[in-house]
Ligand binder design. Structure first.
Ligand code: SAH
Ligand code: SF4
Length: 347
């Protein structure tokens, strides 16, 4: 019989399983402690668990992590791992900063949405990652950090790697539950960011399950431009997505009442003065915070900037009109580890 990866289960599920096994509930906490705090990935080594249960667990389950295929280190400290998950390739990116350290994880192998500017979309969609493959990325990196005292501990998780998280809805939700659980990763809701291209029906449902920071990849000041660069906009237009996020942030504590927006600056596409004023007008009824993202090159793409003057001009117009706006620092560019550069390829 094929063993199931134990990392697919959150605390609730393990509690049900152990109830069925007629085990005491404190054993659930012991096992979680071994896995998530002590980073022990073998039932055999869990010495305070009785031998019969260890054997039973061993017969039914494994605790397998993704396998590292390649490691690339940037001059700025960013590390990108190419990982093999049950035969498919994904990427995970470690981004150390002064006061925090972020891990950017993948949720799908490829992406069906295929936005014009993103290399993940170019490989097409292969499959959703299961919970063990999503959670396994964090456990693996924690394990590496534990061995190397030069690496800082992870403080923030961003679901901004390969894939559209809301198209892998329940696996992503269950993974987030494990990230939030104080007996597992114990991240605060404000330290987990889910980035979406805007799937409004899923956004309305999300708050029923988890509360984390939601950020919207808007990238255009109107539907005309957005339709051209993000095919998903033909199904969920800008206002329908903004309305759904407004609903989400009404109930969310993590978002602190603001719609977080990502806006990639694409040369000659969405970066004019006119576009800046259109964006201001679009967001006038919403409380928002904008991150301007310099486009990261993917194979000499036409959107690329030779200098960042337009970005600064655009930024200044927004600031002068009272918009809460930041320009995102580019990290890991020399190893293709920046937003949109993850393709799961060996080169
Ligand atoms: N699918 C989700 C999450 C993964 S993409 C989403 O689209 O939001 C993570 C972020 O990287 C998104 O904001 C995405 O638009 C951005 N991105 C994609 N390609 C990029 C590129 N070439 N340069 C800069 N950012 C890019
Ligand atoms: Fe998919 Fe996001 Fe890339 Fe678009 S930007 S193709 S939604 S991963």
């Amino acid at each position: 019989m094929k063993k199931i990866n134990f990392l697919n289960f959150n605390r609730e599920m393990i509690s049900f399983l152990f109830l069925y096994f007629k085990e005491k509930i404190f054993v659930v906490y012991q096992i979680l402690n071994w896995i998530y705090k002590k980073l022990c990935f073998s039932f055999n080594n869990m010495t305070n668990i009785n031998i019969k249960l260890r054997e039973k667990l061993n017969n039914l389950f494994n605790i397998d992590l993704p396998i590292i295929i390649n490691t690339k280190k940037s001059v700025d400290g960013v590390i990108k791992w190419l990982l093999n998950v049950n035969g498919d390739f994904i990427e995970t990116v470690y981004i150390p900063e002064n006061k925090r350290c972020t891990l950017c994880i993948s949720t799908q192998v490829g992406c069906i949405i295929n936005c014009n500017f993103c290399s993940t979309g170019k490989i097409g969609f292969k499959r959703n990652l299961n919970v063990s493959e999503i959670i396994g990325q964090i456990l693996l990196v924690n394990f590496l950090i534990n061995k190397d005292n030069k690496l800082k501990s992870i403080t923030n998780i961003v679901l901004m790697g390969m894939g559209e998280p809301l198209f892998n809805f329940f696996n992503v939700i269950n993974s987030i539950k494990i990230m939030l659980d104080k007996y597992c990763f114990n991240f605060s809701k404000r330290k987990i960011v889910l980035s979406t291209s805007g799937i409004s029906d899923k956004i309305y449902r999300l708050i029923n399950y988890v509360d984390i920071v939601l950020t919207f990849s808007l990238h255009a000041p109107n539907n005309f431009i957005r339709n051209k660069i993000m095919s998903i906009n033909k199904k969920y237009d800008i206002i329908s997505v903004l309305d759904s996020i407004n609903y989400y942030i009404y109930y969310s504590k993590a978002n602190r009442g603001k719609i977080n927006i990502e806006y990639i600056m694409l040369y000659n596409i969405n970066d004019s003065k006119k576009n800046a004023y259109q964006l201001i007008n679009l967001l006038k009824d919403f409380s928002s915070k904008i991150n301007l993202i310099p486009f990261n090159n993917i194979n000499n793409n036409i959107f690329f900037y030779k200098n960042s003057k337009n970005i600064l001009n655009f930024y200044n117009i927004l600031v002068n009109n009272g918009i809460f706006v930041f320009i995102r620092k580019i990290r890991g560019n020399d190893i293709n580890a920046s937003c949109g550069q993850l393709s799961g390829k060996l080169i």
